[in-house]
Design a protein around this ligand. Structure first.
Ligand SMILES: CC(C)(COP(=O)(O)OP(=O)(O)OC[C@H]1O[C@@H](n2cnc3c(N)ncnc32)[C@H](O)[C@@H]1OP(=O)(O)O)[C@@H](O)C(=O)NCCC(=O)NCCSC(=O)c1cc(O)c2ccccc2c1O
Length: 335
């Protein structure tokens, strides 16, 4: 084979650099990197063929309808008309959306509703206003037993919410403007995806205010950004800008504040075009190792869920109900 000339090497380097500039979100400007559903593809013709095959994703605003049959006070619960998207907004902006036990109880009820509603495929979690996604537990309500509403026993009920989000078989997207700190930072980390506005600020405050989350708050962070960075984030309790968070792998993309919802809804619409079963299984598969037995249970539960829909699965139940031995002979033992 003829050796490659210096001219050819130069040309290859230029092409690689050009591709890197377009392909790698770390090298591209935050706003432009995510505005297209074909992140990673970089030529107009490639983009055109993608759209020919998959169709354009609508960029129209979602029409939100309050879904507040349960009369929430600390959250706003909405569904987008005809879209398959639910939105849960922490509504305590005067406290930078710090959660009290009631806030968490309401979020748990709303997530339960979104899970059970078969017309919903993606859930957005966000905070009211532009100053904060969530500033964690309401320190004014912190007791020696945890966080307590008046006349109630203290608890750390946000831990139940974290588990609920992890196990929910639909993607949950954190839509973050302003501060996502303390327990609010952990909340965005347990979500499947995070879309951040360019004014977003991320950090843990626990060691400053006498608290720590050694559960998901530590283990997932370590997975997301690596063990050294996780130690830095917890031990120093610094705050990080949206672009730093993006470089660290804490968030999926950063967009201008005024495009935050539009971008998030667009990501939801793209997800909603894809197979709900594939996404359900993938979510549990991506969590399985980290979640140990509970992760395996979730993944295996999905296998049972699918098996119940097969003729083979149904034969077992039908035979039992008909008081006869099951006949599995017609089902192949596939390699
Ligand atoms: C978030 C801030 C950086 C914002 O600063 P900024 O200057 O913009 O605003 P103010 O500081 O003036 O805040 C406005 C207003 O809101 C009140 N406020 C803000 N955050 C909280 C909060 N978390 N609790 C209560 N009140 C809050 C603030 O006092 C102001 O009230 P005024 O009456 O003065 O107007 C900054 O506010 C900030 O640093 N906030 C505290 C962040 C924090 O430390 N959060 C708690 C971390 S611990 C935690 O969240 C936690 C919760 C859990 O449930 C756990 C469970 C299990 C394990 C661990 C857990 C855990 O660690």
């Amino acid at each position: 084979m003829a050796p490659i000339s210096e001219k050819e090497v130069d040309s290859m380097k230029r092409r690689v650099a050009a591709v890197a500039n377009h392909v790698n979100p770390l090298f591209s400007t935050p706003a432009s990197s995510s505005s297209s559903p074909i992140i990673g593809l970089h030529t107009t013709s490639m983009r055109d063929s993608y759209h020919r095959i998959h169709g354009q994703v609508s960029t129209a605003e979602a029409a939100w309808r309050i879904a507040d049959e349960q009369q929430f006070t600390d959250i706003i619960y909405e569904k987008a008309v005809g879209e398959g998207i639910a939105k849960i907004t922490i509504n305590r902006p005067e406290r930078r959306n710090a959660f009290r036990p009631l806030t968490v109880k309401e979020m748990i009820r709303a997530f339960d509703d979104a899970r059970d509603d078969t017309s919903i495929g993606v859930i957005i979690l966000t905070g009211k206003g532009t100053q904060a996604f969530c500033s964690g537990g309401d320190q004014a309500l912190r007791t020696k037993d945890g966080y307590a509403d008046p006349n109630d026993t203290g608890r750390l009920n946000v831990l139940d919410l974290q588990v609920q989000i992890r196990r929910l078989p639909k993607p949950v997207i954190a839509m973050v403007a302003g501060y996502a700190v303390g327990g609010g930072h952990v909340l965005h980390m347990v979500c499947d995806l995070t879309i951040a506005a360019d004014n977003a600020v991320f950090g843990q405050t626990g060691p400053k205010v006498g608290s720590f989350d050694g559960g998901y708050g530590s283990s997932i962070m370590s997975r997301l950004i690596g063990p050294k960075r996780a130690r830095e984030m917890w031990f120093l309790a610094r705050f990080y800008s949206a672009s730093e968070a993006e470089r660290m792998g804490l968030v999926n993309t950063v967009v201008p504040l005024d495009r935050l919802e539009q971008e998030t809804v667009q990501w939801c619409r793209e997800i909603l075009r894809n197979s709900p079963t594939a996404i359900r299984i993938l979510k549990s598969a991506l969590n399985a190792v980290d979640d140990g037995h509970a992760g395996l249970q979730e993944l295996a539960g999905n296998a049972t869920h699918i098996f119940y829909r097969t003729e083979e699965g149904n034969e077992g139940k039908t035979a039992y109900m008909e008081r006869r031995p099951p006949d599995f002979s017609r089902f192949p033992r596939l390699p």
